[in-house]
Design a protein around this ligand. Structure first.
Ligand code: SF4
Length: 326
């Protein structure tokens, strides 16, 4: 039987055509699981240049989102100002190139976040998770303290910035701790209404230990996805990075509640050992189970009216490009 129009609408899964710019891999934190970080040394001044950024943008002409994903400079460091300036310059460069920046660069002061928020239609910061396993993995990462993360999410809410957050799942946290983290995010959303997406990110080791999720791990995560769908308000999209879930089982996660695959570039700079499926491959896999893949901007449609007028115009100018990307 042919599906009804309403059924087709319900089986949409979105993604954001994206290019990732890394202003720096140097980071003053040292999370146990990180394969991205370079230690911050006094000599570290290797900011991504404008020329390098433009080259990357030109190499991904289909991308509408520019993900600015950066290692962090400690608050109070003499390099902090130069680092923030680089983020602002790259955000402007993205806008001038007709793309939309989305910055995820760790905790920011109110002034830093507000300044970046005038150029970024959306921004992001993972909550990560709570409980002793997360505390242990982040014992050398002051930015990852739960109180710091919660204060950031609240600050973004007060500033009205459409925001992406998420949980890193599988570090050893209990089901109860996952539930508590989801309840905290639900409360924040009810208070501020700014959480457009929650990423449910399976932790996967890299290098020689890089393995796809097995059946038991998937079953565990599927319960958390379903629970997230119940606990979080319905307007909050649930996101899963498609390279961290076996492609042949991806539709299980969609059936459980995932409705967004996030920003997709040709590779994943955080998990480079987990190959990024391309949109054509995804479209084919999903169509076999009756799902339609649809491109979106970094800011979801329902949050666009909240943007300042200048940014709203940039977003509206870009909307038509999604049709081309599709
Ligand atoms: S904050 Fe991010 S870049 Fe820095 S060590 Fe932790 S995971 Fe790596």
């Amino acid at each position: 039987m042919k599906p009804l129009a309403s059924d087709v609408r319900q089986r949409l899964i979105t993604w954001s055509p994206s290019v990732t710019l890394v202003p720096t891999r140097h980071c003053f934190n040292a999370c146990d699981y990180c394969g991205f970080r370079l230690p911050l040394t006094a000599a570290a001044r290797d900011w991504l240049s404008d020329e390098q950024a433009l080259h990357l943008l030109q190499s991904r002409p289909w991308s509408s989102e520019v993900l600015l994903l950066s290692g962090e400079v400690a608050p109070g460091s003499t390099s902090r100002g130069a680092w923030l300036t680089r983020l602002l310059v790259l955000s402007r460069l993205a806008l001038r190139a007709g793309r939309l920046p989305h910055t995820n660069a760790g905790p920011l002061s109110r002034h830093e976040m507000a300044t970046l928020g005038r150029l970024n239609p959306s921004m992001g910061l993972m909550l990560e998770g709570l409980g002793p396993a997360h505390d242990a993995a982040h014992r050398h990462a002051p930015s990852k303290a739960l109180a710091v993360r919660l204060a950031q999410l609240e600050q973004a809410g007060r500033l009205g910035i459409p925001f992406t957050t998420g949980l890193l799942l599988g570090l050893g946290e209990s089901r109860q701790q996952r539930r508590e983290a989801l309840e905290v995010l639900a409360l924040l959303q009810r208070q501020w209404g700014h959480l457009q997406e929650v990423i449910l990110q399976p932790w996967r080791p890299g290098g020689g230990a890089a393995m796809p999720l097995n059946r038991d791990e998937r079953a565990d995560l599927l319960e958390t996805i379903a629970e997230a769908r119940v606990l979080l308000p319905p307007e909050v999209h649930l996101q899963l990075p498609p390279n961290l879930w076996p492609l042949e089982h991806l539709c299980e996660a969609l059936e459980a509640g995932i409705d967004d695959l996030g920003g997709i570039d040709s590779s994943d700079v955080i998990n480079p050992d987990h190959q990024q499926p391309g949109p054509d491959q995804l479209r084919q896999v999903l169509a076999a189970d009756g799902w339609m893949l649809q491109p979106r901007l970094c800011v979801h449609e329902a949050w666009i009216p909240r943007l300042p007028a200048g940014l709203r115009r940039s977003v509206e100018r870009l909307s038509h490009r999604l049709v081309t990307a599709d």
